[in-house]
Design a protein around this ligand. Structure first.
Ligand code: PLP
Length: 398
């Protein structure tokens, strides 16, 4: 491994550990614990484990370590800790560093489970949570004037695609003494430059683009060496949210093709957004890669791409959205995203069903809203599929 290699080369070769058999593909070390040649060797390894010493899979494992090293190289982070799911990463990063009496300032437009961890879990342990409109720097400034230990936001929100200015919010947060934790799922490691832009910690659900083929749940926390080793690792080791070796192998192989897949997905997302914009039956097409998105310039400066997700708002409301979904032949009705297969979700009745009408309205989740995660299929086929959906939606709306 050469530090000078491009991220695309590191994504294929980074972190590899070969066993005595010299296997080409990464091995799955499906083992819970490790055997020691002598009692004294066990004592020594527990006393001060070296970088290649493993003791128990809840702490670490060679396959998991390969994944952590490879994704840290791609993200430009000093270190990483892999977790059992995206939510284990988000909750782990927050719970590892916070204590009663601390204050967290967070963007309001959050994935439901992230909001639950903030309000219902951290809140229960005496952490004060202040929610702001993530796109409004004045609200961040005002909230941070009261001080904070952590700032948390999704850089691109799910599903309304609001974009938070990572550099500007990090500057305000650091002035207030807060650690900046970014859930950067929608950017994916391909378009994320969050650490270079000022974030201290980046969390991913690897369930999404990193697996990219809908197989396994996983997550990862990335950041500075001391934060990962001294703050995150002890917490994760003892509370049991580690990634298992088989999952790590899936994610490791996912990283090899991540760049190819995500760039194709983003090209397809842009092609779909452009083809659908202005079509009858659509109230809105939201895509940060389109010039009419309110934060288009910020998005291009921050990510260099509009990403892989497009949000459509059907003029005919829920009936039109359901007719659209039921008419699709290629895109699949599901609630995952970042997959090789194009997936369409109706947030109001699925991922955001638990919220009240008022909460959904505040978050911009209208009855006609559909979240479209572009896959790697042929763009012309996908456009044709969406046209079929739109025709059905118009018929349903009468
Ligand atoms: C999916 C998702 C998560 C949670 O990830 P899991 O792997 O399902 O636990 C967290 N944040 C965002 C933005 C997501 O899209």
């Amino acid at each position: 491994m050469d530090e000078k290699w491009s991220v695309r080369t590191k994504a294929v070769h980074g972190g590899i550990r070969r066993s005595q058999y010299g296997e080409l593909s990464e091995a799955i070390f499906l083992t819970q614990s490790f055997a020691y040649p002598s009692a004294a060797a066990a004592e020594a390894r527990f006393e001060s484990p070296g970088p290649e010493d493993f003791v128990y899979a809840r702490y670490n494992n060679p396959t998991v370590r390969m994944f952590e090293e490879r994704i840290a190289l791609i993200e430009g982070a000093e270190a990483a800790f892999a977790t059992a799911s995206g939510m284990a990463a988000v909750s782990g990063a927050l719970l590892a560093m916070l204590k009663a009496g601390d204050r967290v300032v967070a963007a309001r437009a959050l994935f439901g489970s992230c909001l639950y961890v903030l309000e219902n879990v951290l809140g229960r342990f005496g952490v004060e949570i202040v929610l702001v409109d993530g796109t409004d720097l004045d609200q961040w400034r005002e909230a941070l004037a009261g001080g904070a230990q952590a700032v948390f936001f999704e850089a691109v929100s799910n599903p309304t695609l609001e974009v938070v200015d990572i550099a500007a919010v990090s500057e305000l947060a650091h002035a207030a003494g807060a650690v900046v934790i970014v859930d950067n799922v929608f950017a994916s490691p391909v378009f994320s430059r969050a650490i270079a832009q000022g974030a201290d910690v980046v969390a991913y659900s690897t369930t999404k683009h990193i697996d990219g083929q809908g197989r396994s749940l996983g997550g990862v926390i990335l950041g500075r060496r001391e934060f990962i080793h001294d703050v995150v690792e002890p917490y994760m080791k003892h509370t049991g949210g580690a990634m298992n070796p088989f999952t790590a192998w899936i994610m490791l192989k996912g990283l090899e093709t991540l760049d190819l897949r995500v760039r194709r997905q983003a090209e397809n997302a842009l092609a779909l957004a452009e083809a659908l914009q202005g079509q009858p039956g659509l109230a809105r097409v939201v895509y940060p890669g389109l010039a009419d998105h309110p934060q288009h310039d910020l998005t291009m400066a921050q990510m260099g791409s509009g990403g892989t997700i497009v949000t459509l708002d059907l003029a005919g409301g829920k009936a039109a959205a359901f007719a659209f979904l039921d008419a699709l032949k290629i895109a699949t009705i599901s609630n995952n995203l970042g997959d090789a297969k194009t997936i369409v979700t109706h947030p109001a009745t699925t991922t955001h069903q638990r919220l009240s009408d008022g909460e959904r309205e505040r978050m911009g989740i209208t009855p006609g809203l559909l979240r479209l995660s572009a896959g790697i299929e042929d763009a012309a086929d996908l456009i044709e599929d969406m046209r079929t959906g739109l025709a059905a939606a118009r018929n349903a709306a009468g």
